[in-house]
Ligand binder design. Sequence first.
Ligand SMILES: [Zn+2]
Length: 277
Amino acid sequence: MNYLVHKEAAGFFAVEVKPDIYLIGCEVGENGGSWGRSMEFGSPTGNSWLIKGQETSVLIDSALPLPGFKAFAEKVAQTPVQLVLSHAHPDHIYRLKEFDEYWIHPDDEGLLRGEYGFNAYEGIPETIHYLKEGDVLDIGNGHVIHVYHVPGHTDGSVLLLDEKTKSLFASDTIARRLLYGLGTWIPLDRFIHDLQRIKSLDFESIYTCHDRTALSKKFIDFMIDSLKGLPEVQQRIELIGMEFIHLVSGNEKEETYFDFVVPAARREESIEALKRV
Ligand SMILES: [Zn+2]
C-alpha cells in the first residue's frame, strides 16, 4: 500500500485507490481514538474522498477532526478543492470552517444550524452552493460526477457517481452501518426502492465514509436482505436519549456486515413498509 504523507501535515495520509481517486484519512480520530492506517474491514474510521480533476477537484466530506484538512487535501489534489457535503452530520463537517464555500443539498442545511437536536455548527462558510438530484459536476480529466438524492439517513443525503472510474460515493446511505430515521420519516419501502434505483446505475465500487475498503455492488442486495430481517429483531439500544431497534448481521471484519438502527417508535410502520417491498 502506498501511503502519501506530507511533512507539514502530521497524522494525515492519502491512498490512491484508483487513478485520480484518493482516500484521505487520519490516524487519530475524535477524542483521541486510534484509527490507524489499515485499509481492511474492521471498526469504523472517518474518511473523506477526493476526485482529482484538471483545475479543480471534488472533496467529499470533512470527516477528519484534525486541523489542516483543507491544506492537506489540496496538496494531494495539486488543485483547489471543492467541498461537497454528502450530508451534514457532525462527523462529516469537522473542518468545514477551513473552507470559504461548500456544496450541500438544501434539505440538510438546517442540520448545520441545529435542526433535529444537533448542535449548531460554529464557523459555517458564507458561500453556500446547493446540490440536487440530476446535477452534474464536470471537473475535467474526464471526471463527470452525477448527484443522486436518497433521503433516510438524513433529509438531504446525496450520493455521487464518477462515470469515468465507475465509483459511487455513498457516504452513510449505502454503508455497513446505518442510522436511520432521525429526520423526516422516509418509509423503508421507499428507501429500498431508492437503493434499487441506485444499484441499476453503472458503477463497480462503493466508497463510504466509515470504511476504507470499497464495497461491491452486491453489498446493496445484502443490505436489503438484512433489512428484511427487521421483524425478527428484538434487540434494543439507547442512543442520544432515544430507544432504537438494533439489527446486526454478519462479521465486522468482512464485507457482509450490516449494523442498522431505527427508532423503536417506528418499529410497526417499518414492518408494514417491508411487506410492501
Ligand atoms: Zn451520518
